[in-house]
Write a protein of this length. Structure first.
Length: 155
């Protein structure tokens, strides 16, 4: 399916007030969202989006699910970043935001991201965000080394 057509269909579903589900691709939001997880997005009004939310947006006929890091210029410019990426994304404007991630399903378990405590958790992540990428990278490297050692020594 053509990416532009796919985005149009997704936008139409959300513009009609319906939730949208699709499979996550890539690892930019690891560990909260992993490739293969089923993401549920609901349409939102720009006034309802807050820093820390995980938003679904389009940019250059591609779509992204990244965390909203900063809102500038009276809610006209938004800065996002994937949790597992070292750099911020290009700024986007409100017309590019398609919805907000409200749930992520991995296997038989669904995590609701639209609860009071998950919103607090997302706000906490923003407070520690400058450390988030380096810490995740370190943990990932340690776990990778452990698995290599186990494989080599057949533990």
């Amino acid at each position: 399916m053509n990416d532009a057509i796919e985005i149009e269909l997704m936008e139409e579903i959300l513009n009609k007030g319906n939730e949208l589900q699709f499979k996550a691709l890539g690892g930019s939001m690891y560990p909260l969202i992993r490739s293969g997880d089923i993401i549920t997005v609901k349409p939102i009004k720009i006034g309802d989006v807050t820093v820390g939310d995980i938003i679904f947006y389009k940019n250059k006929n591609k779509y992204f699910v990244h965390r909203l890091i900063k809102i500038v210029n009276d809610k006209s410019t938004f800065i996002t970043r994937g949790d597992f990426l070292p750099q911020y994304d290009d700024p986007i404007d409100s017309s590019q935001i398609l919805g907000k991630v409200v749930a992520v399903k991995r296997g038989n378990k669904t995590k609701n991201y639209n609860t009071y405590w998950m919103r607090k958790f997302n706000s906490l992540i923003i407070l520690i965000y400058p450390l988030f990428y380096p810490v995740l990278t370190f943990i990932y490297k340690v776990l990778t080394a452990i698995f290599k050692i186990k494989r080599v020594f057949k533990l």
